[in-house]
Design a protein around this ligand. Structure first.
Ligand code: AP5
Length: 210
């Protein structure tokens, strides 16, 4: 199954992508994670993306389209994939169509802007493996330390409150129109994302089946 997860920053796309990945055994592809990895490795693409990502702005379309083209050509995508954070603009969605990629389902996870701000301010990520935690909703076993690899947990630069507001603005202006784009294809399912993770997961799984 080829899936797209839509939603505001902090809607829980990454969290739900992990659950779907476990259930369907298909890779979850996060353009945000790919860009952050490139940034950490100091690659040319990472350096190009740095100022955009840290300011909460979108990285230029041609850069992310290139990333996705390469990633979807890999072997593990042959039986399906979950796109988390791509497409984020109409031109990115059009590029996916032009690649001849057939999308089976688009799941839009809906949360209020106030919830986004609360979730982002409490998120902490592992400085080494990128695993994601929350100070209130998904606490690590030991404060400030990753359960998986033992490295230090940090706050993403773009999770600082002012940047979160900028990211929300960008989301409403550039990404939200994708709901209409996919509504017209009949592939869109809207899921309520305000409740606890397991409740959202149940709704997401239901949306995959119907
Ligand atoms: P990206 O990493 O994709 O950021 P995002 O979409 O803003 O997504 P997040 O990872 O912040 O949120 P999420 O929805 O995955 O939520 P999560 O599950 O982590 O992109 C970062 C940047 O990269 C962009 O700003 C841009 O610069 C660039 N970029 C990436 N893709 C691009 C593209 N296609 N085009 C251009 N630029 C691009 O949950 C958030 C927190 O809430 C966690 O702490 C989690 O534990 C907690 N949580 C989740 N669900 C619940 C729940 N139900 N109840 C309570 N807490 C919850």
């Amino acid at each position: 199954m080829n899936l797209i997860l839509l939603g505001a920053p902090g809607a829980g796309k990454g969290t739900q992508a992990e659950k779907i990945c476990e259930k369907l055994s298909i890779p979850a592809i996060s353009t945000g994670n790919i860009i952050r990895e490139a940034l950490a490795n100091g690659t040319e693409m990472g350096l190009k993306a740095k100022e955009y990502i840290n300011a909460g702005k979108l990285v230029p379309d041609e850069v992310v389209i290139g990333i996705i083209k390469e990633r979807l050509a890999e072997d593990d995508c042959k039986n399906g994939f979950i796109l988390d954070g791509f497409p984020r603009t109409i031109p990115q969605a059009q590029a996916l169509d032009e690649m001849g990629i057939v999308i089976d389902r688009v799941i839009d996870i809906e949360v209020a802007d106030e919830t986004v701000v609360k979730r982002m301010s409490g998120r902490r990520v592992c400085s080494k493996c990128g695993a994601s935690y929350h100070l209130e909703f998904k606490k690590p076993i030991n404060d400030g330390v990753c359960d998986s690899c033992g490295a230090e947990l940090i706050q993403r630069k773009d999770d600082h409150p002012d940047t979160v507001l900028d990211r929300l603005k960008v989301y409403h202006e550039q990404t939200e129109p994708l709901k209409d784009y996919y509504e017209k294809t009949g592939k869109l399912k809207v899921v309520e994302g305000q409740e606890e993770v397991k409740e959202t997961t149940a709704l997401v799984f239901e949306a995959l089946e119907n």
